[in-house]
Design a protein around this ligand. Structure first.
Ligand code: F6R
Length: 613
């Protein structure tokens, strides 16, 4: 969601900003713009549409001169995508120019106050209020820094702001609350950005701004202040991963690359935490005593991360006999969950910045629950706020639709469940050893799922079914949780209507939607429930459905008797089967999307990091 880049240095700023914004395209956007400072001139160029359009308007950046600038990709919230609503926004007198990520909740009240004081507005955005508010204080004689400080004191909501002032050439002020912003330390230049990939080509030394932090910077200097206005020191953190990790590396799309990175991502996530037959979670402080007194776990997240929470219910309950309740973060935050010291709130988030998930985390902490976050982005807001963090070592995930982050979140849930079982002694030693071995061998098994022969089969099924109108995913137990994620993948990137149902639930209503040729994807990897699932498959077949079955070798012969086509995945313990089943479903959605001509990495209306409610 909205991307920000800022640069002050000796080079021409526009090409650097365009390049940085391009790296943030994955966040989702519908318009883009830059403001470049050249002496006391601030020049804004912005337009609805793709960055390529902005690049055309500025002749690849060559037609805009100046070595300081702020750039922005906008994902519309207040006001439709249009040239006027695009960022940057200049204040009425043009003294202040702003880019913003987040939502100003009290913008209407502020706008009325500013209008009453003579400020004119030219867009429907909440951001224009910020530009005018800073200028309003500046007009009263406050300097640039104080004007920004006074403005943010009056703003309610979330923001990461990059701000220029006509009278302070070569200076940018940035400030943030509840929206991500990093500072990049360069050599004779400095940067801000919403995310590391935007500036990784230029610097590896970054500082993560905390809520309330402000930075005032030029090409040779950066002064940091906390929310109270006191000076603070920021020590650069060195980014060790390569720019390659944020590039396509020969794949046609980031999504395909990330699907293929899953064996490595899962290995990187699991192996440092598995030592000599034991699960070692050095990163967390949950004691055996605490776990023994634990009454309930809430798994709180949004979207795919929430579906990992649904999986966690089956896995943790089975291995640890502790009740787990998966709850959508957007619901959790406005409900009245029963929380206390004997409740563990598991917060799952790739970005670590999802607004609803962050708010749920705050609520859990306020109510005295212990919080444990599973996060991919190091130093993100959720990672910093939670009592404990287990990082997923998936590396940067660029495609909007998650794949490797989902898989590594699930791997962490497996680790956590085994860790809890180890502390609580709820699993027989022999079974524990078996599960340990199965978990360890997951990366190789995911590799087998990604074998060319399996992929070719999936490509063939995609070509056969890509024109279907509706797709249903059915399964039981853990397979039903996998259905949720498989169906979401198809919806979000292939724009194909699909639904996920627990197989036994179909006949309670949705079966009326099955007609001749409706595609049903039946996941049946659990031997004990295989016959039950096949009964449901027969029910849909009797109504004309075409069924694609996903199963394991031990059920292969039987499934062929019931379904029309089959995808086979390697066998592991039932509890870990979802780690393998999801991979062909991701590939299926990917190839269906390709065949339907969809923009796989940047699906319409979606954003990577959802920093608004
Ligand atoms: C779907 C997807 C989203 C995210 C959700 C939560 O492919 O990526 O459903 O899972 O927006 O995002 P994070 O995990 O960053 O909190």
């Amino acid at each position: 969601m909205c991307g920000i880049v800022g640069y002050v240095g000796k080079e021409q700023a526009t090409p650097i900003l365009l390049d940085g914004l391009q790296k943030l395209e994955y966040r989702g956007y519908d318009s883009a713009g830059v403001c470049i400072g050249d002496g006391n001139q601030l020049q804004v160029v912005k337009a609805k549409g793709r960055l390529a359009h902005l690049a055309e308007l500025t002749d690849g950046g060559k037609s805009l001169h100046g070595s300081v600038g702020i750039g922005h990709t906008r994902w519309a919230t207040h006001g439709a995508p249009s040239d006027e609503n695009s960022h940057p926004h200049a204040a009425d007198q043009g003294k202040i120019v702003v880019v913003h990520n987040g939502i100003i909740e009290n913008y209407q009240k502020l706008k009325e106050m500013l209008q009453a004081n003579g400020k004119q507005f030219h867009s429907e955005t909440d951001t224009e209020v910020v530009a005018n508010l800073v200028e309003y204080f500046y007009d009263q004689g406050f300097d640039f820094k104080m004007s920004v400080r006074k403005a943010v004191e009056r703003i309610e909501g979330s923001y990461a702001l990059g701000i220029l002032c006509r009278d302070y050439p070569g200076t940018i002020i940035a400030v943030k609350k509840d929206s991500p912003l990093i500072f990049g330390f360069g050599d004779g230049c400095n940067y801000i950005a919403s995310d590391v990939p935007a500036i990784l080509k230029y610097t590896r030394d970054v500082a993560y701004l905390n809520d309330g932090d402000m930075v005032i910077f030029t090409d040779h200097d950066a002064l940091f202040f906390d929310g109270a206005g006191d000076p603070i020191t920021k020590t650069p953190e060195h980014i060790t991963w390569d720019t390659e990790a944020a590039e396509k590396g020969g794949y046609e799309h980031f999504m395909l690359k990330e699907i293929h990175e899953q064996p490595k991502a899962i290995r990187d996530t699991l192996s440092p935490r598995m030592k000599d037959g034991k699960i070692v979670l050095d990163d967390i402080t949950l004691s055996a005593d605490y776990l023994r007194n634990l009454r309930r776990v809430y798994a709180v997240a949004c979207g795919s991360a929430y579906y990992v929470g649904v999986q966690s219910k089956y896995i943790i309950e089975k291995l640890c006999q502790v009740p787990v309740e998966p709850v959508l973060a957007s619901e959790f935050r406005y409900s009245d969950p029963v929380l206390g010291a004997d409740t563990l709130v598991l917060i799952i988030s790739q970005s670590g910045e999802t607004a609803d998930t962050l708010a749920a985390l705050r609520l859990a902490k306020e109510k005295g629950a212990r919080t444990l976050a599973i996060v991919n982005v190091v130093g993100s807001s959720i990672a910093k706020l939670a009592d404990d963090v287990i990082y997923t070592w998936a590396g940067p995930e660029i495609a909007v639709a998650t794949t490797k982050a989902y898989s590594t979140q699930l791997a962490v849930v497996d680790l956590l469940a085994l860790y809890m079982a180890q502390c609580l002694e709820t699993v027989e030693p022999k079974r524990f050893d078996y599960l340990y071995g199965e978990l360890q061998s997951l990366p190789e098994k995911v590799e087998q799922v990604l074998d060319d022969s399996v992929i070719e089969k999936i490509q063939y099924y995609a070509s056969r079914y890509f024109n279907n109108r509706d797709v249903f995913y059915i399964g039981r137990n853990l397979d039903s949780a996998t259905c949720l994620e498989g169906s979401l993948k198809l919806k979000e990137i292939a724009y194909l209507h699909s639904e996920a149902y627990a197989a036994g639930e179909l006949k309670h209503g949705p079966i009326s939607l099955i007609e001749d040729g409706t595609l049903v994807v039946a996941i049946a990897t659990n031997r004990a429930l295989f016959d039950k699932t096949m009964s449901n498959v027969k029910e849909v077949k009797a109504r004309g459905a075409e069924v694609l079955g996903l199963t394991v070798p031990s059920c292969e012969e039987e499934i062929h008797k019931t379904v029309d086509s089959v995808v086979l995945i390697p066998e592991t313990d039932t509890l870990f089967q979802p780690n393998l089943s999801i991979v062909p479903l991701q590939c299926f959605a990917y190839y269906v999307a390709l065949m339907r001509g969809c923009d796989v990495d940047k699906p319409r209306n979606l954003a990577k990091s959802v920093t608004v409610e």
